[in-house]
Ligand binder design. Structure first.
Ligand code: ADP
Length: 858
């Protein structure tokens, strides 16, 4: 904004010409009249007219001035108001502009100490309109502690100096506590003595710029560090000049030259040092990169360093283009790879060497008779030689090696699975052990088993860790076979010894036998004779039996001993030896341990027995004679007793008859004693008769043979019931209950038994009581038990065991001869049966007979 001139000066400038004309008029007039030079005033004002004229002029001038002054003041107040409005507008515009630009304003009146901070300034640091005091301290307290001294000193120096303007960058604290970089510009107003009385300035926030600058600085520093410290050499070729414009320290060092020596070096010069064999390749890549093609792998070439030695380098190259895309420079990153190349060369040589070794080793492994397998730590087959493939029966060494070892099973010598942790391969892989000579059996996938001797050793990787194991298998089946044969022959020898021992023990036993035992060969030799034989007949001493025993030159005509060789079956016979004694001979065909056929002959001296037998025979003959005589006697006796008993009946019957006749005649006779005597004679005679009948029956039963045959018991009983008067329903009630199976018996004997049992059952009943008899049968195993139960007087327990004895009779009035039950027992036993009774006095008796059933299998 243009500053206007002060009012009086403007007035004078506007009216100066008129005023000069006016003031000059009296001078001109006087000059006209006086002829004097009007510009010589001292002369002019020495006259009265001149004075009047001067006063008039002055009055006029003052009036004009007053009039003009009033008009001016009026104009001035109008102009001032406008100027103030303009200024306000201008300030607002300025403040708006400042706000828009982000710059804060301040105005420091140094004399009063008052500072104006614009709202934008306050907002820059996060404060509101009324939060900042209008003083110097408001600013000073915001200064960064690290910079407070520096900035204050700087300000003092500036204010004390003569400079009009100043700029500075420093940090002020924001309300949020953070520090903001600001750029301060100020202008100072100094008084006439040069003292600073006012300082006006602006503050702009340059934090972002500062940060960017810092980041740039850092990245530049990093880049520099990289460039300076990179082991790789970095170079830049200016394509316009064809000279290298940058060579990093590493690049320089690699070349062996100094930076000065390389200063300004051209690409051409550099390529001239590339090994002729690699030059073309290197240049081609250079051109490809510039042409914008993919450079591919870094180019490797030999470069002659200062010492004249060729070293290997590997270069990556990149083109730098300008805004139009035109290549301007080529940046290269080189690395000295001489060591690596050397290593590779050595490695290649080593590889070739190891390949040769491997081939040689493989040839050896293929030629070895042992099976060799290399198993990796993961259990994979890395290698198998031909023998291993044969032994395993499976080829794991082809393309697909990914087959686990378990397909071929390892078995312990006893056939059980070989413990995994003890497997040689595992011991080598896990513990690094070298294992020798472990015996095991391999079971192939096809099931075949093979005894092997296994050894293994660990193989190490470059870090010294076990990464595989080489396992060597030796097929020991042949050795096993030999061992087996050996063992067998050993055991055979042992068996032979045992057999020998056993044979000796057997011979010892034979030697103490009280009989002779000899072995005879088919050619009549006597390979063995026990002591008994030798004591009787002497030693054979290699002579044949007929020579030795009988002094014959030919075998005996009918030798019983040697018949066993023909028949092959044992043969027993008796022999009268040359010693005159009798021998019971047992000949057995005998196969010796070696398989040869022989005869074993035992001879028991039976001379004493023979004699005893002879005398026994004699005694027997005598006995038989005597028995025959005795039997004859018994027969006679039986006949006699039968005859006598039979004959006794005749006089008895006569007695009974006569007694009856007498008692009939004496019926009217008053002599009771005589009558009683006659009755007794009759009774005794009947008893006698009964006794004789029973005795005859018994003796017949005893002598009688009882041939057995099936007997139908039911019909037999029913026949008896019909024919016996005492079994008639008028006298007794006898029932046959159920089926009675047929039995093996003698019909006459059985009839005798039932006759006695039923007779007793009916007989031994309380007087006046009707005899009731039940007959039934039950099967017991293969037998039939027939029961006869009565309702009679019963039998006391003490008597039961004696009841089948001969002549036992009870106390009952009706008791008979006591032969009946004895007869029953005798007959039943004769029919291979049993008899018994169950009874209690007063409760009847139950007799039973048990006979074999005639219904076999039922
Ligand atoms: P006896 O009938 O001639 O006396 P037994 O030998 O038949 O001879 O019988 C011997 C004795 O057994 C008989 O005297 C009688 O005391 C007793 N006795 C036999 N059967 C029966 C029966 N059914 N009930 C009671 N007692 C009997």
């Amino acid at each position: 904004m243009r500053m206007r001139n002060p009012l009086p000066l403007r007035f004078l400038l506007r009216y100066s010409s008129a005023l000069a004309l006016f003031l000059s008029w009296p001078l001109r007039a006087q000059g006209l009249f006086t002829g004097k030079d009007p510009w010589r005033s001292a002369e002019l004002f020495a006259t009265a007219g001149g004075v009047v004229l001067l006063v008039l002029a002055l009055v006029l001038l003052v009036s004009v001035l007053v009039w003009q002054g009033a008009a001016y003041l009026k104009r001035l107040s109008r102009a001032q108001a406008k100027a103030e409005a303009d200024l306000r507008a201008s300030n607002e515009r300025f403040e708006l502009a400042m706000r828009g630009s982000g710059v804060g304003l301040w105005d420091w009146d140094i004399r009063t100490g008052k500072v104006y901070y614009s709202p934008r300034w306050k907002a820059l640091f996060g404060y509101g309109e009324n939060e900042i005091g209008e003083n110097f301290e408001a600013w000073a307290t915001l200064l960064h502690p690290d910079e407070k001294d520096r900035i204050c000193k700087f300000q003092e120096d500036f204010l004390a100096g003569t400079d009009q303007t100043v700029t500075a960058e420093y940090r002020l604290r924001h309300k949020d506590g953070s520090y903001r970089w600001i750029e301060a510009s100020a202008i100072v107003v100094r008084d006439e003595k040069g003292r600073a009385c006012r300082l006006v300035g602006s503050h702009g926030d340059i934090t972002a710029r500062k940060r960017a600058e810092e980041a740039l600085r850092k990245s530049e520093e990093q880049l520099r560090t990289v460039l300076e410290n990179s082991r790789d050499g970095i170079n830049m070729l200016d394509l316009a000049t064809g000279r290298y414009v940058f060579l990093s320290p590493a690049q320089v060092e690699m070349s062996g030259f100094t930076l000065e020596e390389l200063n300004g070096i051209t690409a051409e010069e550099a390529y001239a040092r590339v090994h002729p064999d690699d030059r073309e390749l290197s240049i081609a890549q250079h051109q490809r990169v510039i042409a914008g093609e993919d450079p591919g792998e870094p180019v490797e070439y030999r470069w002659k360093v200062k010492s004249g030695e060729y070293r290997w380098f590997s270069d990556r190259r990149k083109v730098v283009r300008d805004e139009q895309g035109k290549p301007v420079a080529l940046v290269g990153i080189s690395r000295d790879i001489t060591q690596r190349k050397l290593g590779e060369q050595l490695l290649q040589e080593a590889r070739e060497q190891s390949e040769r070794d491997r081939k040689r080793l493989e040839a050896i492994l293929q030629a070895t008779p042992s099976a060799v397998v290399i198993i990796e730590a993961g259990g994979r087959f890395a290698y198998m030689n031909q023998r291993a493939r044969e032994l395993y029966g499976v080829d794991y060494s082809g393309a697909g090696l990914d087959v686990h070892i378990v397909q071929v099973q390892a078995l312990d010598t006893d056939g059980s699975p070989f413990p995994v942790e003890r497997l040689p391969v595992n011991r080598s892989l896990r513990k690094g052990e070298i294992v020798h000579g472990v015996e095991m059996t391999i079971q192939r996938p096809d099931g075949a088993r093979l005894p092997v001797m296994v050894g293994s050793a660990p193989l190490y990787d470059s870090a010294g860790a076990v990464d595989a194991a080489v396992v060597v298998f030796e097929d020991i089946s042949e050795r096993k076979r030999v061992e087996e044969t050996l063992r067998e022959s050993e055991s055979r020898a042992k068996v032979n010894q045992a057999v020998q021992r056993e044979r000796q023990r057997f011979y010892d036993l034979l030697n103490i036998l009280p009989a002779y035992v000899i072995l005879l060969s088919p050619d009549y030799h006597v390979p063995f004779a026990n002591r008994f034989f030798e004591e009787r007949f002497g030693k054979s001493q290699g002579r044949r039996c007929f020579e030795y025993l009988f002094n014959r030159t030919q075998p005996c005509d009918n030798c019983e001993t040697y018949t066993v060789l023909k028949t092959g079956v044992p043969h027993n016979w008796e022999w009268l030896g040359p010693d005159g004694r009798n021998y019971e001979i047992h000949d057995f065909p005998f196969t010796d341990a070696d398989g040869s056929l022989m005869i074993m002959e035992t001879g028991i001296d039976v001379t004493a027995r023979k004699k005893a037998e002879a005398s026994l025979k004699e005694a027997n003959e005598r006995l038989e004679e005597r028995t025959a005589k005795l039997q004859e006697l018994v027969g006679e006796l039986e006949h006699f007793s039968y005859a006598i008993t039979h004959d006794m009946r005749a006089p008895l019957r006569a007695m009974m008859g006569f007694a009856e006749v007498v008692s009939e005649e004496c019926r009217e006779c008053p002599n009771e004693q005589q009558k009683d005597l006659l009755r007794r004679i009759g009774t005794s005679a009947r008893r006698m008769d009964l006794l004789i009948t029973d005795a005859l029956n018994y003796s017949r039963a005893v002598r009688q043979e009882l041939p057995l045959a099936p007997v139908e018991v039911g019909p037999l009983l029913r026949g008896m019931l019909d024919s016996y008067p005492e079994f008639q329903p008028s006298r007794a009630r006898i029932r046959i209950e159920g089926e009675i199976p047929p039995v093996m018996a003698n019909e006459a004997g059985l009839t005798q038994c039932f006759s006695n049992l039923l007779g007793n059952a009916v007989k031994f009943t309380e007087p006046g009581r009707e005899p009731q008899v039940r007959i039934w049968a039950e099967r017991i195993g293969q037998s039939v038990r027939i029961w006869v139960e009565d309702n009679g007087i019963g039998i006391s327990r003490i008597v039961v065991p004696r009841i089948f004895e001969m002549f036992y009779r009870g106390q009952h009035a009706l008791a008979g001869t006591g032969v009946g039950l004895a007869l029953v027992r005798k007959v039943v036993r004769g029919m291979e049966g049993k008899v018994g009774v169950e009874s209690e006095p007063g409760k009847g008796s139950r007799f039973w007979l048990e006979l074999k059933s005639a219904q076999f299998g039922k």
